[in-house]
Design a protein around this ligand. Structure first.
Ligand SMILES: *Cc1c(COP(=O)(O)O)cnc(C)c1O
Length: 241
């Protein structure tokens, strides 16, 4: 992809974010744009970084292991795909934030590994708000207990919640799921006093309702980089929860 194309796409996405912010009385500075860079080579990450993007998301540890060391430092890397327990060591080494924490057991492994590596790690709880069987994430009624359990960890900081809405041609169909995630966060924060500022929700096709419902991070791939290719590790890129 040419740099002027990418520059145009970034502007278009920010215009969409700003419009959604105006619609909902939010400041656009309260929304961060995460570039979902899966299947994109390091050169495209570099081009995006030259154009001011700092937040990048990968959904496979194997691909991240090949890519992140080739990218400049100073970027913030988020794991946004399902994390297998046998990939925890690499994930802790590679990522600043794990958005896709979907079980207490996984969090316990991350805590142990972060201690091992002498570092702290920010995490989000991934929530399966829609209950689709194809999606990973906590059931909504489990998140409060998890948040309380996570608050006991010394190496992990639970910063908020993440979700993926079911795929639909119509972005408005995603709105109730985004609203549900925000309400769930508010309920948990009220009940526990925990500070959970981040809501990672909304992608290329449904970022407007996500921003209007309170997203602090939107994860955007195709609207920035164009249609996905197979990943740089040669695996087919399956877009699943
Ligand atoms: C790929 C991906 C995105 C971005 O999807 P697009 O539709 O390309 O914007 C967002 N979130 C997750 C978890 C992803 O894997």
């Amino acid at each position: 992809m040419k740099s002027n194309e990418l520059s145009h796409n970034i502007n278009v996405v920010w215009e969409r974010i700003k419009k959604a912010c105006i619609n909902s009385g939010r400041q656009s500075s309260s929304v961060r744009l995460l570039a979902a860079s899966k299947s994109r080579p390091p050169e495209e990450v570099d081009a995006a970084a030259n154009l001011g993007l700092r937040l990048f998301g990968e959904n496979k540890v194997q691909e991240a292991r090949a890519k992140i060391p080739l990218c400049r430092s100073g970027l913030e890397w988020h794991m946004i795909g399902h994390l297998q327990k046998n990939k925890v060591r690499d994930a802790v080494r590679l990522f600043d934030v794990i958005e896709s924490v979907d079980s207490l057991e996984l969090a316990q492994l991350l805590e142990r590994e972060a201690a091992e590596q002498g570092r702290k790690l920010r995490i989000y709880a991934q929530v399966n708000v829609s209950g689709e069987s194809s999606k990973f994430g906590f059931r909504p009624e489990r998140v409060r207990d998890f948040a309380l359990q996570a608050s006991e960890f010394s190496r992990l900081e639970l910063c908020g919640l993440m979700t993926m809405a079911p795929y639909s041609e119509d972005p408005e169909r995603a709105r109730p799921w985004f609203r549900r995630l925000r309400e769930l966060r508010d309920e948990i924060a009220d009940a526990t006093g925990l500070h959970l500022p981040e809501l990672s929700m909304g992608m290329s096709g449904d970022l407007e309702p996500a921003v209007e419902e309170g997203a602090t991070i939107i994860r955007v791939g195709t609207a920035l980089f164009g249609p996905r290719r197979t990943s740089i590790t040669g695996e087919a890129d399956l877009v699943t929860g």
